[in-house]
Design a protein around this ligand. Structure first.
Ligand SMILES: [Zn+2]
Length: 54
């Protein structure tokens, strides 16, 4: 499972099995975290990608 969270506050931006690019996910949020309102960029400092089994 793919989990993408905001690197600022830990808000879960995407969770699922579908392979998406960070750009696709961030575009759905217009590049802004809906929780902390900070800008999201497809770099590891602003988002975290977690890959979990199952
Ligand atoms: Zn956030």
């Amino acid at each position: 499972m793919l989990v993408v969270v905001c690197g600022h506050c830990g808000y879960v931006l995407y969770e699922g099995n579908e392979l998406k690019t960070l750009n696709e996910i961030l575009r759905e949020y217009a590049g802004v975290c809906p929780n902390c309102k900070k800008s999201l960029k497809p770099v590891t400092q602003s988002v975290k990608i977690l890959e979990e089994e199952g």
